[in-house]
Design a protein around this ligand. Structure first.
Ligand SMILES: Cc1cc2nc3c(=O)[nH]c(=O)nc-3n(C[C@H](O)[C@H](O)[C@H](O)COP(=O)(O)OP(=O)(O)OC[C@H]3O[C@@H](n4cnc5c(N)ncnc54)[C@H](O)[C@@H]3O)c2cc1C
Length: 431
């Protein structure tokens, strides 16, 4: 999707907006599509900020880097309001719905989103900028952008994903310098540019990302080990489909204890899992001797050993490795391993107090926080201020699928209801 310049109304005025949306990923797109269905003429009230300058750029980058052929979620989950429009769109792309639950192909999903973006001319409402600071005013907000400029907005929706890479403790304990490309979080690995024929790669983590990375590395001739703290297990979806409707959500929403709700969210997601198709593929590769599984096991210590004797600093990613350079690993089951690369498919953590954009708001506009999740209103509003959160941070209200496409739909329903509620116009008061 092409990058766009700032919308004309933004550059020409004193940057005063009605609704500023931070992020231009699937959640922001879902919000836009739901709002514009209810208020067709509100396009000019909306302005999206994303440092990439394009729609869904993070999503596309992740799918391409991991060579993911199709979504994990079925075709009814997508940003448009009518659940069946993606299936209709797929009539001309029939080969791109994958069994067993009509999982949209990666390209089909992007083509569909692209059409939605064009339909609402959303590329004209996207500003290429990172929002670095949100300052609440008496009415509205100041948004400070990466280039130092300032925008005023009456209402703000934060749809910025916002997870922080989770790194296991032993990573802190590594005392030897190592080339940066030899230890990477999964979000930094790009299979498309990887040359690893003959290398030994250890992937930590039992989720679907581990599976995609293992398949991609094995395809390129690496000898792969995937390590899980528990046993690998398969599940079609991130969370049981009962979380999409009243079956589980009714009790969840009646639960008045936020701590219980947060624990329910953690239990329902139950860490990482593989889809049956990916698990079957991995087992086949194991039978062919290309992949090994290490279960109920963790790394305890890691040392980078440089056979060339270069223990110096600044071991850049482009440093040519000696054949003897490798990781020496001590594992919880007593085994010692030597590998060329370590990949951490260990997911991300989401805590509002660790978010550079939101943590200052906890000081100016305090809010109860439980296990890192803010206690928002039922409309996902931050207390009394006109700031709304979408994504994983809304999980205490939306439930375990808050970060998924289905969660984006549920969040949009609630936020849109609040945004369109008639209220008297309040002019912005600058600080
Ligand atoms: C590999 C992978 C596959 C997935 N597959 C599925 C699936 O099949 N089905 C499903 O339901 N869910 C899936 N998910 C989960 C979820 O739907 C995605 O993570 C999705 O991208 C979340 O959308 P988002 O808009 O919240 O975040 P993102 O896609 O991360 O978009 C957020 C955007 O906000 C921007 N941003 C961040 N900070 C700022 C800032 N300060 N100022 C301005 N902009 C900012 C970022 O640049 C980014 O473009 C998957 C997740 C991953 C990682």
């Amino acid at each position: 999707m092409p990058e766009t310049a700032a919308p004309k109304y933004l550059s020409s005025s004193l940057n005063s907006l009605d609704i500023a949306v931070i992020g231009a990923g699937p959640h922001a797109l879902t919000l836009a599509a739901h709002l514009l269905q209810k208020r067709k003429t509100w396009g000019n009230r909306l302005c999206f900020f994303d440092p990439s300058g394009g729609w869904l750029s993070q999503w596309q980058q992740q799918f391409a880097a991991l060579e993911i052929p199709h979504l994990r979620s079925p075709a009814v989950h997508h940003p448009a309001p009518n659940p069946f429009t993606l299936r209709d769109f797929a009539q001309t792309h029939a080969q791109e719905l994958y069994p067993p639950y009509d999982l949209p192909g990666t390209k089909l999903f992007i083509d569909f989103c692209d059409r939605l973006i064009q339909e609402h001319q959303l590329q004209d409402h996207l500003v290429k900028a990172q929002v670095e600071r949100i300052v609440p005013l008496e009415k509205g907000f100041q948004l400070w952008l990466g280039d130092g400029s300032l925008v005023l907005a009456r209402r703000v929706v934060v749809a910025h994903g916002g997870g922080r890479k989770f790194l296991p403790d032993w990573v802190q304990g590594i005392s030897t310098p190592y080339p940066s490309d030899r230890l990477q979080h999964s979000s930094e690995v790009d299979l498309r540019t990887l040359h690893c024929r003959g290398e030994k790669i250890l992937i930590v983590g039992s989720g679907l990302t581990s599976g995609h990375l293992a398949i991609g590395a094995a395809k390129r001739g690496a000898k792969v080990t995937i390590m899980a703290r528990r046993v690998f297990y398969e599940k079609f979806f991130d969370a049981d489909p009962g979380w999409l409707g009243p079956k589980y959500l009714k009790d969840f929403q009646q639960e008045s204890c936020w701590l219980t709700r947060s624990q329910t969210v953690i239990n329902a997601r139950n860490g990482g899992s593989l889809t049956p198709a990916v698990f079957t593929h991995l087992r086949r590769l194991r039978a062919e001797g290309k992949i090994e599984f290490m279960e109920n096991c963790e790394i305890k210590q890691a040392h980078w050993v440089s056979g060339a004797g270069d223990q110096g600093n600044n071991l850049g990613a482009n440093l040519a490795n000696s054949l003897d350079d490798n990781w020496q690993l001590g594992c919880s089951n007593g085994e010692k391993l030597a590998v060329d690369r370590l990949w951490l498919a260990t997911g991300s953590t989401l805590k509002v107090q660790e978010q550079p954009l939101l943590a200052p708001l906890l000081v100016t506009n305090p809010l109860e926080v439980v296990n890192g999740l803010p206690v928002l209103t039922t409309h996902l509003r931050w207390g009394n201020c006109e700031l709304y959160l979408m994504g994983g941070l809304a999980a205490l209200q939306i439930g375990p699928t808050a970060r998924n496409l289905s969660g984006a739909r549920m969040a949009s329903d609630r936020i849109v209801e609040a945004l369109i509620k008639p209220r008297t116009f309040q002019p912005l008061i600058a600080a």
